[in-house]
Every structure is written in structure tokens, then in C-alpha cells.
Design a protein around this ligand. Structure first.
Ligand code: MTE
Ligand code: MO
Length: 348
């Protein structure tokens, strides 16, 4: 008899609501399978069926409408492969520490989403001249500090982002109906923005001519830096993760592969550099570019000839000219950590 080798599985940060991260160090495929796709929830899961399911679109529109799932299937579909990263990814690395889920590197996954461009839906309903933002309200709800009654998860997008051809109302993930934990039956997908924008379990879409003031818009998902005015969390910052070797590994002398992924919400990854001497000298790694919104893979072969302890650093650069900084911008709620990636290893 043989005892089977273990398989990667999600890492639990909290059980209720369920928050679990992807074991990103052990991912080799470009698309994250459902069982390893990170889960980030504010409330308990809502239980929905697609029978009698309607998505209502109303507010500052000329022809409000209740769309059935079937109505949505009749629109031309758009397929988008994209990174989905929680704004709190890597929060555990902030110094000084900040409260919140102590995510390491795995509050990020990648999937292929298929659905209807929101823009086509809004073309059908029409927009009033004063329309300014689009509010997405979800089915999940619960207690929130400062609110006597349970509130629903809700977020808004400015009109320009809502009308972007790649902002979609998705009904499939990885060529299957969206799993219950990831938004079944309908979910918003907003490529290039942190995950909070991609509202799961869509209930209504309301066009407004003011600025949305919900707590997940004006309290959470706002950067509160030390000596700057607060500003909203939007685009994903240029970032990378080292998948191999693992931090604090002890390795033999010889050739080792250093590899990982890199991504950005403001352009494509153009370069990933590796330093084997704590950031003094940098070499370009070999880059395999992903598609427009997906992560890129990088690798570097290292001939480790000398015993000792090494600090290996990695920094990604994107086409907009952004580079991972030496020091992440500390902020009270711990969003957008993208400091140069590093591991410490020992060669014996
Ligand atoms: N309805 C609803 N949508 C939501 C959330 C939520 O709690 N409720 N969490 C948001 C956050 S913060 C993230 S990072 C992503 C996580 O998506 P996933 O659980 O499918 O990975 O969903 C976003 N959409
Ligand atoms: Mo998130």
C-alpha cells in the first residue's frame, strides 16, 4: 500500500464569515481552480437559486428593467481572464501592524469569467443626463458597526469605470456557473481594481446622480495614510509574489530556481528584477507575460556556490512606470501592501 502525497488546500483566516487564502506558493496553473480560489466575505453566505431570479436596474435610467438570467444570456458575451486580489492581501506584513484579517500572500487568485458587459445593459435601460455613479447592492447582509439594522454589501463605480467594455456582469467562472461562494448566480467583475469592487451575489443595480455613501465605500476601502488626506482604494498596485523557494528554506549548494508571479492594475508587467544580495545588484528575470488582466510568471536560475544566509528581493515594474517601492505606504486599515517582495534563505 502507498500513502498518498498531500495536496494544496485553502488556508483559513476566519470561519464565520469564511475568509480563506490561496496557497499561492503551490500554484502552477495560470487559472486557480475553485477549490483553491481565495474566499473573502463580510457576512454569511446568502443562499440563492436562479429560479425566479431577477436583477433589477433602476434609478437615473430612462427604462428601468428586471433582467432574468435568460435575458442576460441573450446579450453578446464577453470572456475575461483576470487576477482578483483583495485590497488586504499581504496585510500581515505592515509595520506597525494593522488590525483586520492577517492575510499573507494568498488573498489573490485568477479566473476566467464570462458574462455581459455592464455597458450593454445600461445601453438598454438608458442613462439620464445626471447619472454619475452606479451602485451594486448584493444579497448578503449582516451587522455592521454603527448600523442598528443589518446592512447589505454594496459598492459603487464611477460611470466611466461602469461603462468600460471589460466591466462585466459575470455568470460563469472557469467555464462553469459561478460557484455559490463566489457570487452565484451573478457577480460584477471589475478588472484592474482590487476585489472589493467585484460585488458577488448581485441583487440590484441603481444609477445615482450623487456620490454613494455606503460604509464599504466611505469607511472601509479608503486609504488612511499617516500624513496625507484619506483617498479611496481603486486600482491594484504593481506587485509580485515569490513562489519558490519558500521563505526561511534551507537549501543545498547548487542550482536553484527562483520563481513567482507579478501583476498590476495600471498596465502590463514589463520587468521583474531579482537581487540575491539584499538589493545591491539587480538582474532581470525571465518573464512569461500573461494576458491583459492576468498575472505574469517570472523565473531566475541561481547558482548558489557559497554557504551562508541570503536575503533575496524581487521587484516588478509595469508599463505605466510603477515599481514596487522599498517601503509600502502604511495606512490605518492596511490596504495595498506592495513593498518589494523578499525571502530569507540559507545555503548549507
Ligand atoms: N456581496 C459581496 N461581494 C463581495 C464581498 C462580500 O463580502 N460580499 N467581498 C469583496 C471582497 S473584499 C473581495 S476581495 C472579493 C473576494 O471574492 P472571492 O471570495 O470570490 O475571492 O469579493 C468582493 N465582493
Ligand atoms: Mo477584499
Amino acid at each position: 500500500m502507498q500513502i498518498r502525497q498531500g495536496n494544496p488546500h485553502l488556508i483559513t483566516r476566519s470561519l464565520s464569515p469564511e475568509n480563506q487564502e490561496t496557497p499561492i506558493q503551490f500554484l502552477s496553473n495560470t487559472v486557480t481552480p475553485e477549490k483553491l480560489f481565495y474566499r473573502r466575505n463580510h457576512f454569511r453566505y446568502p443562499l440563492l437559486s436562479d429560479d425566479n431570479f431577477f436583477l433589477s436596474v433602476f434609478g437615473s435610467v430612462t427604462r428601468p428593467y428586471h433582467f432574468s438570467i435568460r435575458d442576460l444570456f441573450n446579450f453578446p458575451a464577453q470572456t475575461i481572464e483576470t487576477v482578483l486580489e483583495c485590497a488586504g492581501n499581504k496585510r500581515s506584513k505592515f509595520e506597525p501592524k494593522v488590525a483586520g484579517e492577517q492575510w499573507e500572500d494568498g488573498a489573490i487568485s485568477q479566473g476566467i469569467w464570462r458574462g455581459v458587459p455592464l455597458r450593454l445593459i445600461l445601453e438598454q435601460t438608458g442613462l439620464s443626463e445626471r447619472a454619475k455613479e452606479v451602485v451594486f447592492e448584493a444579497h448578503d447582509k449582516g451587522k455592521h458597526p454603527g448600523y442598528p439594522q443589518p446592512i447589505r454589501y454594496a459598492r459603487s463605480l464611477p460611470l466611466a469605470k461602469a461603462l468600460h467594455p471589460d466591466t462585466i456582469i459575470a455568470y460563469e467562472l472557469n467555464r462553469m456557473p459561478i460557484p455559490g461562494k463566489h457570487g452565484y448566480p451573478l457577480r460584477l467583475i471589475v478588472p484592474n481594481w482590487y476585489g472589493m469592487a467585484s460585488v458577488k451575489w448581485l441583487k440590484t443595480i441603481r444609477v445615482i446622480d450623487t456620490k454613494f455613501q455606503g460604509p464599504f465605500q466611505t469607511d472601509d476601502y479608503v486609504y488612511y495614510p499617516k500624513d496625507q488626506k484619506p483617498f479611496p482604494v481603486t486600482a491594484v498596485k504593481v506587485n509580485s509574489t515569490i513562489q519558490k523557494p519558500l521563505n526561511l528554506a534551507i537549501l543545498e549548494k547548487g542550482t536553484h530556481e527562483i520563481k513567482g508571479v507579478a501583476w498590476s492594475g495600471s498596465g502590463e508587467i514589463t520587468k521583474v528584477q531579482v537581487s540575491l544580495d539584499s538589493g545591491v545588484n539587480w538582474t532581470d528575470s525571465t518573464l512569461t507575460k500573461g494576458s491583459r488582466y492576468s498575472w505574469s510568471s517570472w523565473r531566475h536560475e541561481w547558482k548558489a556556490e557559497q554557504e551562508g544566509e541570503y536575503k533575496i528581493k524581487v521587484r516588478a515594474v509595469d508599463s505605466a512606470g510603477f515599481v514596487q517601492p522599498d517601503k509600502a505606504m502604511w495606512n490605518k486599515k492596511g490596504y495595498g501592501y506592495n513593498q518589494i517582495s523578499e525571502i530569507n534563505i540559507k545555503i548549507k
